[in-house]
Design a protein around this ligand. Structure first.
Ligand SMILES: NC(=O)c1ccc[n+]([C@@H]2O[C@H](COP(=O)([O-])OP(=O)(O)OC[C@H]3O[C@@H](n4cnc5c(N)ncnc54)[C@H](OP(=O)(O)O)[C@@H]3O)[C@@H](O)[C@H]2O)c1
Length: 323
């Protein structure tokens, strides 16, 4: 099969187009013929091996196909798989080392669901990782409810634009912070107010019941000051240049301060599963979630797609067309 192959860690230049054996479905797995693959900040981390701990726990023996999110059709069904058959239209997250930037990818049944009705393959591939993180941040960790004042930092990005949509679907009133070039994405996601953080400090619009932090490296104490006395701060992540531990130090700072305050300070650790994918499909089908695709690239332009994402500079979603 045609695939993007990564033989060493580094920037997008380490990615090569190549021929690779198509994966075989193991027990509890299917092989998906990939129509489109979604990429995000996590894809960039795994290609770069950043933070460096990734390189230690995931050595690149034999090379691997990068990419997680995908949408396509079931091609082969492994043993002990019920409810899926060849030809089904699905979306989900591929299993390393047989990632989604290839014609075929291997997926565990616990990380796949029926493609949401009404979405193209490209739109469906934009959903799994970023929208799951937004769902877990806004609904589960943030416990957003009707009437809450919600601030989304990074509202023009992959997780951020979904966070705006999910907060609105739960009845929140949303202030969206993003750079001016991404205001249209935040508005199209349903934000009540859009703030260009380069001209105005969005935290000054507090107090908020929920703050969802997906970009900008604001200190935890500054965000806490903008939070109501029993509000929730959910640190999803950010991409500080040159920090050896990446964005995790702020997340840890929030988790460590949490036991000592009535505020809830959460370090998000999102993982994708079939249940979340089904919940997201239901939101799509109810008209409450709609992926916004900023750019599409061809499979042999995958390195360019990752350059386009940069380090925390994504605009809504970036998708790679495979078929
Ligand atoms: N904890 C988890 O389980 C989990 C899951 C998924 C993702 N993440 C992390 O969450 C972060 C966001 O991921 P993503 O895929 O959404 O990235 P993304 O698409 O690159 O979006 C990040 C957004 O933040 C914006 N931003 C940067 N500085 C800002 C500031 N000062 N104020 C407000 N917005 C600012 C960026 O654009 P502008 O500056 O132009 O507005 C960009 O739109 C990444 O660090 C990722 O690794 C964590």
């Amino acid at each position: 099969m045609r695939a993007v192959v990564q033989a060493r860690y580094g920037g997008p230049e380490v990615l090569r187009m190549g021929d690779r054996e198509a994966p075989i479905a193991g027990q509890g797995e299917v092989v998906v013929r990939v129509a489109a693959a979604g990429v995000d900040a996590g894809t960039v981390h795994l290609v770069e091996g950043r933070p460096a701990l990734i390189r230690a726990i995931m050595p690149l023996r034999g090379g691997r196909v990068p990419g997680g999110d995908l949408a396509g059709t079931v091609h082969e069904v492994g043993a002990e798989v019920a409810g899926l058959q060849r030809g089904d239209e699905v979306y989900g997250v591929a299993e390393a080392p047989d990632g989604s930037l290839a014609e075929f990818a291997r997926v565990r049944v616990s990380r796949i669901a029926a493609k949401p009705m009404g979405l193209s393959f490209a739109e469906a591939a934009a959903v799994p990782t970023s929208a799951t993180a937004a769902l877990r941040a806004v609904r589960d960790a943030g416990r957003t409810s009707a009437g809450d004042r919600v601030l989304v930092l990074g509202a023009g990005g992959g997780v951020g634009h979904f966070a705006v949509q999910i907060a609105k679907s739960l009845g929140g009133s949303v202030v969206a912070a993003c750079s001016a070039g991404k205001a249209a994405i935040a508005r199209a996601s349903g934000a009540d107010h859009v703030v260009d953080y380069r001209r105005e400090d969005p935290l000054a619009r507090g107090p908020f019941d929920v703050i969802i932090d997906t970009g900008g490296h604001r200190p935890v104490r500054a965000m806490r000051r903008a939070l109501s006395h029993a509000g929730a701060l959910v640190v999803v992540g950010s991409e500080p240049e040159g920090a050896p531990l990446g964005g995790i130090t702020r997340s840890l700072g929030a988790a460590m301060a949490d036991p000592f305050t009535r505020q809830r300070l959460v370090m998000l650790s999102s993982s994708e599963d079939a249940e979340a994918l089904r919940d997201l499909a239901a939101l799509v089908e109810a008209g409450e979630l709609w992926p916004i695709i900023d750019r599409e690239f061809a499979l042999d332009e995958s390195a360019e797609a990752l350059r386009h994402l940069g380090h925390g500079a994504g605009a809504a979603k970036t998708v790679v067309r495979v078929a």
